[in-house]
Design a protein around this ligand. Structure first.
Ligand SMILES: Nc1ncnc2c1ncn2[C@@H]1O[C@H](COP(=O)(O)OP(=O)(O)OP(=O)(O)O)[C@@H](O)[C@H]1O
Ligand SMILES: [Mg+2]
Length: 414
């Protein structure tokens, strides 16, 4: 049988019919490709097919066709593109999105979050800068100021975890060791029921040594910020976490002007979710601009990530600099989405933690906005992905811009 067929048409046929197909550069065209096509036709999903022509080879592998995953974007492989998905296993591993400023972190977080409900996972997004809520269509917006707050001292689960509550306060207020010690003593004596009561208890804390007075004063100054009646609504509400977790939610942290109060509110919410050990439905807590919640000597976020999987609480965070992230956060984020990084130190940290080959490490500072190197429990070999936009109407783009891959290999003989 003689069939004349253009190489370009063959390429299109294969890429249209075989999800995830990847062709090496064949030596002979089109005869080998024709044989490849014959073998591909009856192929079911999931079975890798290797066609062995007389000379050269056309290996076809299916990757990333995970059943029930959420669409993250498109990977470039040579002249081909294939969809890349994150599975429940990848989400359970916690997700960290890195990238220098303006490289696409928040957009990626929004894309991931938008796909979660289809996997039966809810989310609560801590929208530090108010950027996430603009990108997510399918969530309720929660206004901490108008919709109510959460009282860390009366929330049942937090109240029965005083050590966690102490960690929250130490992180939120950057307490020194002696200051934390006084708070611990106050908690042990009689657990307060509000920041105002905590402030009063510290005020009447007995000064046993000369330096107690200075420590107390410093501590009072910090606690007074949260005890301020201006913020009483934020920390005196009786928000039910059950209710918050029952639907996709974006928490507008940006409404809270004070940095310290914003950080405290975010940490209280995060800790309350963590303290709630049982839940029927898994939930992702997303943290944009997560560096605002990290502390050098009190690594609450990393601690929560290490422990929370078994309670069905998964973290998805976005932050600029992997080298400034506490080690425990880096170690506990098994799914990494890395946008362009400019600093050498950041590139080194990522290259090491993801075991990147030389060409990918080199590509790290050349990625365009929206492009990222992705690795996860199910995407073991790092791959460059163009992340899809969560909502096509954003930026006025009706279609994501498709551009040439950055990892070369664009000049396929096809
Ligand atoms: N997946 C994408 N596809 C196309 N364009 C994108 C994509 N992601 C980001 N961009 C472009 O890059 C810009 C910055 O994106 P984004 O705000 O998500 O970055 P960021 O890393 O969160 O920035 P910042 O450091 O300021 O928080 C967007 O306005 C958009 O123009
Ligand atoms: Mg951002």
């Amino acid at each position: 049988m003689q069939v004349d067929i253009e190489a370009e048409i063959l390429k299109t046929l294969i890429s249209m019919n075989v999800r995830g197909a990847r062709l090496s550069e064949p030596k002979e065209v089109p005869e080998q490709l024709l044989r490849g096509l014959e073998a591909l036709e009856p192929m079911g999903r999931g079975e890798p097919v290797v066609v062995e022509p007389s000379r050269g080879s056309i290996p076809v592998t299916l990757q990333g066709s995970g059943v029930g995953g959420l669409a993250l974007g498109t990977a470039f492989e040579g002249a081909f593109q294939r969809p890349v998905e994150l599975t429940l296993e990848d989400i359970r591993g916690h997700i960290a999105v890195f990238g220098s400023t303006g490289t696409g972190k928040t957009t990626t977080l929004a894309t991931v979050l938008s796909g979660l409900p289809s996997l039966g996972v809810n989310f609560i997004a801590l929208d530090w800068a108010g950027e996430l809520s603009k990108l997510i269509d399918n969530a309720t917006t929660w206004s901490p100021i108008n919709d109510g707050g959460i009282n860390p001292f009366t929330d049942g689960d937090l109240r029965s975890s005083p050590e966690l509550l102490l960690d929250v306060l130490s992180s939120a207020l950057d307490l020194t060791q002696p200051q934390s010690y006084i708070v611990m003593r106050v908690f042990n004596d009689d657990m307060p029921r509000s920041f105002r009561e905590l402030k009063e208890a510290i005020e009447s804390y007995p000064e046993e040594a000369r330096w107690d007075r200075d420590v107390k004063r410093g501590l009072m100054r910090k606690v007074a910020i949260l005890a301020n009646s201006k913020f009483s609504g934020l920390f005196n509400g009786s928000v039910e976490l059950d209710e918050l977790e029952s639907r996709p939610l974006v928490v507008k942290l940006d409404e809270i002007e004070s940095f310290t109060v914003r950080k405290a509110y975010a940490l209280v919410l995060l800790a309350a979710m963590f303290a709630r050990r049982t839940r029927e439905r898994p939930v992702v807590v997303a943290i944009d601009e997560a560096h605002n919640l990290f502390n050098e000597d009190n690594d609450l976020v990393g601690h929560i990530m290490a422990e929370s999987r078994k309670y069905g609480l998964y973290v998805a965070l976005a932050t600029q600099s992997p080298s400034a992230v506490p080690n425990s956060v880096l170690l506990n984020a098994n799914t990494k989405v890395v946008h362009a990084l400019r600093s050498l130190r950041d590139k080194e940290v990522i290259a090491q933690s993801m075991n990147l080959p030389y060409d990918m490490t080199n590509a790290l500072d050349k990625l365009e906005p929206g492009e990222a190197i992705v690795q996860s429990p199910t995407i073991v070999t790092p791959v460059i992905v163009k992340v899809k936009l969560s909502s096509p109407r954003r930026n006025g783009l009706s279609n994501p811009v498709v551009r040439e891959p950055v990892n070369g290999n664009a000049n396929s003989p096809l």
